[in-house]
Design a binder for this molecule. Structure first.
Ligand SMILES: Cc1ncc(COP(=O)(O)O)c(C=O)c1O
Length: 226
């Protein structure tokens, strides 16, 4: 099965599915046969995900800021998916997870429990804007989907406005408000009323105005598409 990124073999892409000759050259130099065999098994076993596979390398462990691959090399993780701010495998986090798994690994929502109540109260307390209620969801995509539903319910309206090239997740509702062509193309009708506008960014101006917003007459502010 072909994939949109397959057509861009020599164009370095934003995501991890970079299939440029640079990546192939790196893999040829640095990936040994055993690792390659695991990468091949991964590619056979998993459906390919936009921007995530085929995988670059095989990890063995991680600790703090460091990823260690199966060939023993250490990699400093500057990204951490924006959710590992305390580092990989922080001992206090591991201890808390283990203790909770031993005591109450799951709580059906017809019931509650003291750690869950304490967590919601703490989140409300430390969130900068006044936050009355907490809703825990499995991930960012679900958070976006639920926020869309809540906003529709609260306002009685359905239109959204978001940026070209923005990423809000990969589900149908999230790609509707998202602005990345890779996710939106060739997938049929998306949610109606999703308006997209260009980023107002003088530094990387879409119209190459080079920061001269007056001469450009703020085209970004006058432009939108669905
Ligand atoms: C801004 C933004 N919104 C939504 C998501 C989707 O989150 P998730 O992958 O947890 O569904 C991401 C993930 O990278 C994100 O960066």
């Amino acid at each position: 099965m072909t994939h949109p990124s397959d057509n861009r073999a020599d164009v370095p892409s934003e995501g991890d599915s970079n299939r440029s000759s640079y990546r192939q050259a790196w893999q040829f130099r640095h990936i040994d046969r055993q690792t390659q065999a695991w990468l091949d098994r991964d590619a056979r076993a998993y459906l390919r995900q936009s921007l995530s596979t085929p995988c670059l390398n095989l990890l063995d462990s991680c600790q703090g800021t460091t990823l260690t691959d199966r060939q023993g090399r250490e990699i400093l993780d500057f990204h951490g998916n924006s959710v590992h701010q305390v580092g990989y495998g922080h001992p206090r986090v591991i201890a808390a997870i283990k203790a909770q798994l031993d005591r109450l690994p799951f709580c059906p929502r017809r019931y509650t429990n003291i750690p869950a109540i304490a967590l919601a109260e703490k989140l409300a307390e430390i969130t900068p804007m006044p936050l009355g209620k907490v809703l825990l969801v499995p991930g960012g995509t679900s958070a976006v989907g639920m926020a869309l539903k809540l906003a529709r319910t609260a306002t009685g309206r359905f239109k959204t406005i978001s940026m070209w090239d923005s990423f809000h997740g990969a589900s149908l509702d999230a790609i509707s408000v998202g602005g990345e062509a890779l996710f939106r193309s060739g997938i049929g009708p998306l949610l109606p009323g999703c308006v997209h506008v260009p980023p107002a960014d003088p530094y990387r101006c879409v119209w190459n105005a080079n920061g001269d917003c007056a001469a450009c007459d703020l085209k970004c502010a006058a432009t939108s598409n669905t």
